[in-house]
Write a protein that binds this ligand. Structure first.
Ligand SMILES: NC(=O)C1=CN([C@@H]2O[C@H](COP(=O)(O)OP(=O)(O)OC[C@H]3O[C@@H](n4cnc5c(N)ncnc54)[C@H](OP(=O)(O)O)[C@@H]3O)[C@@H](O)[C@H]2O)C=CC1
Ligand SMILES: CCCCCCCCCCCCCCCC(=O)[C@@H](N)CO
Length: 310
């Protein structure tokens, strides 16, 4: 299995203009050695600001075929691309290949949710959910598997992949799809390291935004995943990847939720304390989960009634 390291890498960070992706870019740039970071997202402006913020310089370099890369040991460049457009992803890889930057690691960190009730959602918001959370991963993974077949892929799903609940109709099904895709890719690409992170809440720009529309019942249910800083979240993930884990959680409730889903989805990939997870999961599914779901149903009914009375 490929060892995880911040050193000697060419790392592509999808969704690197803010939040957790930017935190990863910062970590590679400041703590790695001989590493090239390429941050990718849709907005050129956001990317530029992110890179300037990370380096402390007033300007940042956009990766193009014409531009010559500096010879410094650690480098960070940006490349604007809407990863939910297949031809744009291919074009991006053309540029990478032309610049002799074949990624050794690809972090598929683009994503985000707009919580709310399904019936209140607009068509284009539903479409955004599919594009931002799933198509970005699907297309980037596809092109990466074909054109950099030895690279380490790190997907970013969510704890909601283990437990979908009210308010996340636009988001959770796509994060579950990532889990499914990961399971299949692990069988089809046995020589490639494929990791999947299932984060709990962390305090990013996206998190602040989603909280503006998040129904109170959604906040109540996810309350046990107390938001941590992006830096902490990033450090925990790096520690887990370095320890050789490929199914990664960032808080205790994530570990419990994963334990309830250790079946055919899980296959041969280890997570922290996985034997204990199997045992806890069996007990939880027998005893705690049915009780919890009853409480949850009660909570949701009460929320609907309160709303109806208003
Ligand atoms: N924050 C949280 O509590 C949790 C987050 N997660 C997941 O972790 C990941 C990181 O989350 P977070 O840091 O909060 O995310 P943010 O919303 O803060 O940032 C999302 C990033 O994705 C980029 N992006 C969005 N759409 C596209 C696209 N079509 N093509 C290219 N880039 C795109 C954005 O840049 P731009 O606008 O420039 O395109 C931005 O850089 C996401 O996948 C999220 O779903 C999982 C669990 C909890
Ligand atoms: C044994 C039974 C125990 C059941 C406890 C249930 C607790 C559920 C906590 C779920 C937290 C979800 C956080 C991820 C949110 C996310 O992905 C968004 N912030 C998107 O950005």
């Amino acid at each position: 299995m490929q060892e995880f390291s911040l050193d000697n890498q060419i790392v592509l960070v999808a969704g690197g203009s803010q939040g957790l992706g930017k935190e990863f870019a910062r970590k590679y740039f400041h703590e790695g050695r001989n590493t090239t970071v390429i941050v990718v997202s849709r907005s050129r402006q956001k990317l530029r600001n992110a890179v300037c913020d990370i380096t402390g310089f007033r300007d940042a370099m956009e990766l193009t075929v014409e531009e010559k890369l500096p010879q410094e040991s650690n480098r960070i460049v940006y490349l604007a691309c809407d990863l939910s457009q297949y031809d744009e992803v291919e074009k991006m890889y053309d540029t990478l290949v032309a610049c002799a930057l074949i990624p050794t690691q690809v972090l598929l960190c683009a994503g985000g949710s707009k919580p709310g009730l399904f019936k209140d959602m607009l068509g284009h918001e539903l479409e955004m959910g599919v594009r931002v959370n799933y198509m970005t991963c699907l297309y980037l993974a596809h092109v990466a598997v074909r054109r950099s077949p030895l690279c380490h892929l790190v997907f970013f799903s969510s704890e909601v992949a283990f437990f979908p609940f009210i308010g996340y109709a636009q988001y959770a099904p796509l994060k579950q799809s990532i889990r499914s895709l990961v399971a299949i890719l692990r069988q089809e690409c046995p020589y490639q390291r494929i990791s999947c992170v299932y984060p709990g809440n962390f305090d990013s720009e996206g998190f602040v935004l989603e909280n503006e529309t998040k129904p109170t019942i959604t906040k109540a249910i996810e309350g046990s995943s107390v938001p941590i800083s992006c830096e902490r979240c990033c450090n925990r993930i790096v520690r887990s990847l370095s320890a050789g884990y490929d199914d990664i959680i960032t808080d205790f409730i994530g570990w419990v939720l994963m334990s309830t889903d250790m079946g055919l989805n899980k296959q041969n990939n280890r997570s922290f304390g996985w034997i204990l997870q199997f045992v806890c999961g069996i007990l939880a599914n027998l005893i705690i989960v049915p009780i919890y779901l009853l409480i949850c149903r009660f909570q949701i009914n009460r929320w609907h009634n309160d709303r109806g009375n208003k």
